[in-house]
Design a protein around this ligand. Structure first.
Ligand code: ATP
Length: 233
């Protein structure tokens, strides 16, 4: 579904991705782990066209999207829930969801909101609450819900459990699996490597802009290097 082939991304003179090749197949949960600064966020953002890859090829459903702008890429059926949640604090839950449906018509927005409220009853209960007054976990649900407004085929999730309490983290991982069960393919960046690899079909380890390991989630979980570097073993 998504294929990156030898992708290089720079911020000015700084190289963040150094020949990355990654594949996400339809229906999979694929997890990307790596230390701070390894380039995980950059990889997801490069898929979205901002920053653009300087070289290499990015394919979505067999078509080259590497030259396209972010809106065109989103319209193809890719959505991102960015790192740091970034909900609009002064807007209500419903208004935040409406922002996520920015390129839909009125009926599409209404259907999107219905869909998100079915998946997240907690958000429905808080429809008129300002996002900034919600708990971290609720804000994360809203950030994921907002990304789902356009009914994407591929959902990119950047650190969805960062800074959340263990009980809420478990809920977020359950939600990610429910989203996949509904037919959405998931590409997940996580610091919480253990749980993220447990729910993953496959995973990649990124180090200083390069893919160092690629394997099934189960094999990565039992890999000695991964255990030492990322699982605290
Ligand atoms: P973290 O887990 O800390 O979020 P990451 O793996 O997501 O890290 P990136 O945020 O992709 O890593 O950063 C990769 C490299 O690119 C880092 O060296 C970082 O300093 C650099 N970088 C990221 N964003 C920018 C930017 N806007 N301008 C310049 N350099 C950047």
């Amino acid at each position: 579904m998504l294929k990156l082939d030898n992708v290089h991304t720079y911020y000015g003179a700084i190289q963040a991705l150094d020949g990355v090749s990654v594949e996400v197949r339809q229906g999979e949960i694929v997890t990307l782990i790596g230390a701070n600064g390894a380039g995980k966020t950059t990889l997801l953002m490069t898929v979205c066209g901002s920053p653009r890859a300087r070289s290499g090829r990015i394919e979505f459903e067999g078509q080259d999207i590497s030259g396209e702008d972010t809106h065109a890429i989103m319209r193809r059926g890719i959505a991102i829930s960015p790192e740091g949640r970034r909900v609009f604090s002064d807007l209500t839950v419903t208004e935040n969801l409406q922002m996520g449906g920015f390129f839909l018509d009125k009926a599409g927005v209404a259907a999107g909101i219905d869909h998100v409220y079915t998946l997240f009853p907690r958000l429905k209960e808080r429809a008129r609450q300002r996002a900034g007054t919600m708990s971290g976990g609720e804000q994360q649900m809203l950030a994921i819900g907002r990304a789902l407004m356009t009914r994407p085929k591929l959902l990119l999730l950047d650190e969805p459990t960062l800074g959340l309490a263990p009980l809420i983290i478990a809920q977020i991982f359950e939600i990610i699996q429910a989203i996949r069960q509904q037919g959405v393919t998931v590409f997940l960046v996580e610091q919480n490597a253990h749980k993220a690899l447990q729910i993953a079909d496959r995973g990649y380890v990124l180090e200083t802009g390069r893919v160092m390991l690629a394997d099934s989630g189960a094999n990565l979980l039992s890999n000695d290097e991964v255990r030492r570097a990322y699982l605290g073993a």
